[in-house]
Structure formats: C-alpha cells, structure tokens
Design a binder for this molecule. Structure first.
Ligand SMILES: [Zn+2]
Length: 95
C-alpha cells in the first residue's frame, strides 16, 4: 500500500496524466482558487528541476475570442476586452 498522496502530489499526478481545466481541477480537489494557485506555483518550480514544465494554455473569451495572458493560472472574472463573463480555460498540464 502506498501512503496517501499529499494534495500537491495528487495535482502533480493528475496534470501529468491529462490536461485539466483550472476550474475542473479546483472542483475535483475542493480547494479555493488561491490555494490551487499557491500549489501550482510550487509545482511550477519543482517540475523545472525534473526538466519538465507546467504548460498553461491561456483562457479565451467565449464571446469575442480574446486570449488572456498565458501567465495567468486563473483568469479574471471578466474578459478585459468585451467584459463578457464567459471565459474558457485556462488549461494546465505538466509535460
Ligand atoms: Zn471578450
């Protein structure tokens, strides 16, 4: 029996298996936005040591198609261009 995974180990494994929508991952783990952002910040630094990286596919506005900054792990509530609240992404994966 392997010991229970810490939350960061679990995130790490999930992101290596497949690409995750930030909000799906957050709901899956039942954590707040800031907790997940904090965890991802740590993971971002630790994967670099393994020669891997946390790839962030930037969020896109469903209404005007505006692509938000790829550096943001979590998008703002509204599109900065058209103010729409319908944003898709960002998607995360370790590769
Ligand atoms: Zn927009």
């Amino acid at each position: 029996m392997s010991p229970a995974l810490t939350r960061r180990q679990e995130i790490f494994q999930r992101l290596r298996d497949q690409e995750w929508l930030f909000d799906d991952l957050r709901h899956e783990l039942a954590v707040t936005v800031s907790t997940l952002e904090d965890d991802l910040g740590h993971i971002q630094r630790s994967v670099k040591a393994n020669g891997e990286r946390l790839r962030v596919r930037s969020a896109i506005c469903a209404d005007c198609g505006f692509a938000l900054s790829s550096k943001a792990l979590h998008p703002p509530g509204r599109c900065p261009k058209c103010r729409s609240g319908r944003l898709d992404g960002p998607w995360l994966r370790i590769e």
